[in-house]
Design a protein around this ligand. Structure first.
Ligand SMILES: NC(=O)C1=CN([C@@H]2O[C@H](COP(=O)(O)OP(=O)(O)OC[C@H]3O[C@@H](n4cnc5c(N)ncnc54)[C@H](OP(=O)(O)O)[C@@H]3O)[C@@H](O)[C@H]2O)C=CC1
Ligand SMILES: O=C(O)C1=N[C@H](C(=O)O)C[C@H](O)C1
Length: 271
């Protein structure tokens, strides 16, 4: 089997650099292109420079150049960047792994529309642990029932720009669905001042930002006289990069012409 040709967007970013390292370390993958925005210090440099490696691939802001020859784009950037990349992926027939978070409902609908033409994996968290935790959360919410108040607490580094995290929202959606509701109806995202008592059935979110915390999520089921907590803590971004490469392999193995929107549950066979 020839190696899978993978392009990386956000090449100079925290995840972009991690993904380039993971591609270079994977014999079944080959780095075919690297993208970043005009003004990025990574631009026009070798994509392996941060790791002291010569890849022969220079980081470019030219989307057609960066995506030429790619089978799969892995995109961890910003919502507006991801959507611009998808337009060129459609044109060139490139499948996409989307790890970016912070999309609006309308932007998510654009991704779903894109996936009707090009196979796409879209997940707010590529780690195996978080995706297994999503299943545990559904089971816990169903088993514990409405008598337990649900609170989602997430902590991330000081550079993170969206809140709550995409993962916290994905957890909230699973929990809400298990209770037959939605976050639009029952999510509580801010508390300040005289809030009054907790609204029964609400799902609360709390956000911590500081230092270099990679990513931590705790869901509390608070009952009378007891509390169940289910937590996940990332100690390295390598988990996200490994999951992304699993998603790239999943996409590359789909039959030619097969479109569809997939999640990590499909990639990891947890569905
Ligand atoms: N699904 C998952 O498992 C995970 C998801 N994430 C998500 O991935 C995203 C990136 O995270 P992280 O790597 O920490 O962030 P960084 O800010 O370190 O990296 C983002 C990269 O994208 C570039 N960028 C910024 N704006 C645009 C744009 N409009 N178009 C194209 N590229 C752009 C940045 O360039 P410049 O720096 O020059 O602005 C940078 O190279 C976030 O949404 C984060 O929540 C993160 C980890 C795991
Ligand atoms: O920005 C990050 O760092 C992370 N973002 C993702 C999210 O918003 O859920 C995943 C992970 O928690 C790290």
């Amino acid at each position: 089997m020839p190696p899978i040709k993978v392009a990386i967007a956000g090449a100079g970013g925290r995840m972009g650099r991690m993904l380039i390292d993971a591609v270079l370390a994977s014999p079944d993958c080959r780095l075919s292109g690297a993208l970043d925005v005009p003004g990025s210090p990574a631009l026009e440099q070798d994509a392996g420079l941060h790791a002291g490696k010569a890849t022969g691939v220079n980081v470019t802001a030219d989307l057609h150049q960066g995506l030429a020859g790619a089978q799969v784009l892995i995109d961890f950037t910003r919502p507006e960047g991801t959507l611009a990349h998808l337009a060129v992926c459609r044109e060139l027939g490139v499948r996409t792994v989307i790890g970016t978070t912070g999309f609006s409902a309308e932007q998510k609908a654009q991704i779903a529309a894109h996936a009707t033409a090009q196979a796409t994996v879209f997940s707010a968290n590529m780690s195996v642990g978080v995706n297994v935790m999503l299943r545990l959360l559904r089971d816990a919410a169903l088993a514990l029932g409405p008598g337990y108040d649900i609170e989602v607490v997430e902590s991330h580094h000081k550079h993170k720009v969206d809140a709550p995290s995409g993962t916290a929202l994905a957890m909230g959606e699973v929990l809400a669905a298990a209770r037959g509701t939605t976050l639009d109806a029952n999510g509580v995202f801010t508390r300040h001042g005289h809030t009054g008592e907790r609204t029964p059935g609400s799902i609360g979110f709390a956000t911590v930002r500081g230092g270099d915390i990679i990513g931590e999520h705790t869901v509390m089921f608070c009952g009378a006289g007891e509390r169940v907590e289910i937590a996940h803590k990332s100690s390295s971004r390598a988990n996200y990069a490994d999951g992304s490469l699993r998603a790239a392999r999943f996409l590359a193995a789909l039959p030619a012409g097969q479109a569809g929107l997939y999640g990590m549950a499909d990639v990891l066979d947890l569905a």
